[in-house]
Design a protein around this ligand. Structure first.
Ligand SMILES: *Cc1c(COP(=O)(O)O)cnc(C)c1O
Length: 500
């Protein structure tokens, strides 16, 4: 956009910047007026001033710069775009409730308020307010977790992958006398990969613990575990196959039987349930998922799960279990590297407090609310949205049956009935394809992430909160008025992000 001025124009007498348009003239640009409605007038005025200043500096330096109102408006748009945060809110219209790419679980207002209250100032993170001495950061959440799961002790780390690694190190790493690595026994049918980067054999490797596989992919019996126990055995690990099912001729021993076997050999049993159902008070519509309370009741020494799956809280990894096992975990040097911050603890404490009253949790925790949403109500909302897209925007919008999924590595094979608004071609504003329009929606404000499928764009209503609907509609309206898809590098590919 800038070229070196040639000799003849650089020396002209009238200062060229006098000819630059005034701020209000640039502000008249329709694109900027639209952005001002979203980001506020002041923000846009600042960007326009800065575009004009840049042009003035360029002219002073003797360069030829783009200086028409339209060019300056375009420059201001670029400045505004660069100032947008890289991480920004998105409307999830994919129907995947726990979408790792979209930050998994939205949080309850109570959790958000707790985070805001603590983020603003100081707090008693590691200060015992009774005696003014050093306290533990997990005291409050540990109490709630004990109450909710029946465990004797509890602690929290950064995520469940960290919890697994920590549990393996604390209960499965080499004993001081042993000269070879100690083993942790796992059923072959439970060597899971979750979310691409959680692969159980690699977690073992990172933890410095030897993996001892037993049984076969589809069947592992108690006796397979019993025969594998030897002098090198440090622990038994059970892992919930969160994101797949082996069906047909299958067998796994009951957790209580595994616990009995472990106890008989003086070995600890670790149960990674993955999804974070606590037990009393389950999210609506979730049946058959293992719970922490069951794991504890069956005799597991440690039960591990995520805070941002079925719990509907912040990202974290939760460990509940015997006092001895939790003491070992908390004594691991790795614990310090995986510890959670005050904001996570605040959000978790508030979420657990809601779950202590399941009826409240069902309406207050967004994930629970989405899971419990009545199909007829979802369908009505989809019909209303489709009617607006047809009537106001002239789009080919209709309501179709859809399948939502819990996602995030939980209950993968049970689709949840839902309704989606399906928009077929022609797509708005010069978007030649469904992927081109979907890309424009993702890059809009707010970002909207729909599902792209067979020549159409689908908006699954189950994962769109009712109070997000006006913003969803605004974003779709804007995508109809934008500049289209002149330079769309993703054309022809399916850009919809994968669930974990
Ligand atoms: C999801 C999951 C994990 C990983 O949990 P993160 O909190 O994502 O680290 C580990 N184990 C199981 C069984 C899971 O389902």
């Amino acid at each position: 956009m800038e070229r070196k001025a040639d000799e003849s124009t650089a020396g002209s007498d009238a200062p060229p910047f006098r000819r630059l348009p005034a701020v209000h003239a640039v502000l008249g640009d329709a694109r900027l007026a639209e952005v001002a409605a979203r980001l506020g007038h002041e923000t846009v005025v600042a960007a326009v001033r800065s575009a004009i200043d840049d042009a003035r500096d360029g002219l002073r330096a003797g360069r030829i710069v783009a200086s028409s109102s339209e060019e300056l408006a375009a420059r201001a748009m670029t400045i505004l775009e660069a100032a947008r945060p890289a991480l920004r809110p998105a409307i999830n219209a994919t129907g995947i409730l726990l979408h790792t790419g979209l930050g998994r679980s939205p949080m309850a207002e109570e959790a958000i308020a707790a985070v805001a209250a603590l983020a603003r100032g100081y707090c008693n993170l590691e200060l015992d307010l009774h005696d003014g001495e050093r306290g533990r950061r997990t005291t409050g959440v540990a109490r709630l977790l004990r109450d909710l799961t029946g465990a004797a002790a509890a602690t929290v780390v950064n995520n469940n992958a960290g919890a697994t690694m920590l549990a393996l190190r604390a209960l499965g790493a080499a004993a001081p006398a042993a000269d070879r690595p100690r083993e942790v026994i796992v059923s072959r049918g439970q060597l899971v990969e979750i979310g691409g980067s959680f692969r159980l054999p690699e977690i073992f490797e990172a933890a410095g613990v030897k993996l001892r596989e037993v049984g076969t992919t589809n069947r592992t019996r108690l006796d397979d575990y019993a025969r594998a126990i030897g002098p090198a055995t440090a622990a038994i690990l059970r892992v919930h196959p969160s994101n797949f099912r082996i069906v047909g001729f299958t067998e796994q021993p009951a957790l209580a039987d595994l616990a009995g076997l472990a106890r008989a050999h003086g070995l600890p049993l670790i149960d990674d349930i993955g999804s974070g159902a606590l037990g009393p008070g389950m999210p609506p519509g979730i049946a058959g998922e293992p719970t922490a309370a069951e794991g504890i009741a069956a005799g597991a020494d440690l039960v591990l799960f995520s805070g941002d799956k079925l719990l509907g809280g912040p990202q974290c990894g939760i460990l509940v279990g015997t006092a001895a096992a939790i003491r070992k975990v908390e004594g691991e040097p790795l614990m310090r590297a995986l510890r959670v911050d005050k904001m996570t603890l605040a959000a978790l404490e508030a979420t657990l407090a809601l779950i202590a009253d399941p009826a409240r949790a069902a309406t207050r925790i967004p994930l629970w609310r989405m899971l419990g949403a009545d199909l007829a109500a979802i369908r009505r909302r989809a019909e209303d949205l489709a009617a607006i897209l047809r009537g106001e925007l002239g789009l080919d919008a209709s309501v179709v049956d859809a399948e939502s999924y819990l996602g995030g590595g939980s209950v993968p094979i049970s689709p949840i009935e839902s309704s989606a608004v399906r928009v077929g071609p022609p797509f708005p504003a010069a978007h030649p394809s469904e992927s081109s329009w979907a890309r424009a929606l993702r890059l809009g404000e707010p970002a909207v992430v729909p599902r792209v499928s067979r020549g159409a764009v689908l908006f699954d209503v189950r994962t769109v909160a009712e109070d997000e609907e006006p913003r969803l509609l605004d974003a779709i309206r804007r995508s109809c008025h934008d500049q289209g898809a002149e330079h769309d590098p993703s054309e022809g590919t399916d850009p919809s992000p994968r669930a974990s």
